[in-house]
Ligand binder design. Structure first.
Ligand code: PEP
Ligand code: MG
Length: 327
């Protein structure tokens, strides 16, 4: 099977009824970029910049950050890379950074990601400069994690723009364009979509965090691991509601959580109208194979009916549909 997936490398992810999807990979380290050539993916839909911080004994200085980002962009070539600004704090605590603040009862819902970044803005300014200089002469895609309200996005974007102005004033070569986007992983943001969409160029649904917040169920608690299914009607309905507003606003909508790397879950997402997935590299072959056996129009119709009157066992229903339809 592995060989069969490898053979799909140069074959595009097109559904049986001719719909071209975009399949990207999640990455975090320099060597992960090799996955682009191995899998034939369309780009890196989520580059988790905090990995460099997590594997480092001391805070990575700007030069080190910049070198990594440039190496990643060089290796990716024409393929886009979406850099997510650091998602640290909470359970991804850094001993050299927020030791004194690490006493949190609910770290996942705590002082992490953009919340920490906007307050400790020295850290974010350094990262902004590193990204801006690394992407000189190209397009820079920046994504902010854990955006809970639109003003947080505005502040983060303003921080980047101020660094751009500052660097430009010093004669530094800057990116040709900067595209800004947000992760949707805090459910509250979905209620503010009409306010957020005009501000952003892409939106990426982080189903790992979104699921735990939607169900109020810790994603790291093994007692809950089997309880709430990614294919539950509430998650699918939640995601379904994001599809047409983002399409109307011409904002790229992707899913970058682990959900998109499972064939049945990815099939369901495609049935809801999701056209871009960023997944773990090992999943690209299986998801491509699934896509190429899928009649998207038939699935879309079937899922609309399912969501209108959801069975308790959504997984069972989708499995049966997939089997009957040769997916
Ligand atoms: C997510 O929350 O779904 C996500 C992609 O980000 P992370 O897993 O890094 O929190
Ligand atoms: Mg997340």
């Amino acid at each position: 099977r592995k060989a069969a997936f490898a053979a799909l490398r140069d074959v595009p992810p097109i559904t049986k009824d001719g719909h071209r999807l975009t399949l990207m990979v999640n990455a975090g380290l320099r060597d992960d970029v090799a996955a682009l050539d191995v899998t034939g993916a369309d780009g890196i839909g989520l580059f988790r910049t905090e990995f460099q911080f997590l594997v480092s004994a001391t805070l990575p200085q700007r030069e080190r950050q910049q070198r990594l980002y440039k190496e990643v962009l060089d290796a990716a070539g024409e393929r886009p890379v979406i850099f997510r600004t650091v998602d640290i704090g909470g359970d991804k605590a850094l001993p050299y950074l927020n030791k004194e603040d690490s006493d949190e009862e609910n770290p996942a819902m705590g002082w992490r990601a953009l919340r920490l970044g906007l307050e400790r803005d020295g850290l974010m300014k350094v990262q902004a400069r590193a990204l801006l200089e690394a992407a000189a002469g190209r397009t820079l895609n920046v994504m902010f994690p854990m955006v809970s309200e639109p003003w947080e996005f505005d502040e983060a974007r303003a921080l980047f723009e101020a660094q751009r102005t500052w660097l430009e004033g010093r004669g530094r070569k800057m990116p040709l364009a900067i595209r800004y986007g947000a992760m949707l992983e805090v459910p509250a943001l979905a209620e503010m979509l009409d306010v957020l969409l005009p501000r952003i160029e892409f939106l990426s649904i982080g189903t790992n965090d979104l699921t735990q917040f939607l169900f109020a169920a810790d994603r790291a608690n093994p007692k809950l691991a089997e309880r709430y299914d990614w294919l539950s009607p509430s998650i699918l309905r939640f995601i379904a509601r994001l599809v047409s507003p983002t399409r109307d606003a011409k904002v790229d909508l992707a899913v970058c959580g682990e959900m998109g790397g499972r064939p049945l879950e990815a099939m369901a997402l495609i049935g809801l109208g999701i056209e871009r997935l960023s997944i773990t590299p090992a999943a690209v072959g299986p998801i491509k194979a699934m896509t190429r056996s899928l009649d998207r129009a038939a699935l879309t119709k079937y899922m609309a009916g399912l969501l209108a009157d959801p069975p308790r066992d959504m997984r069972g229903a989708l499995t049966a549909w997939a089997t009957e339809n040769g997916v």
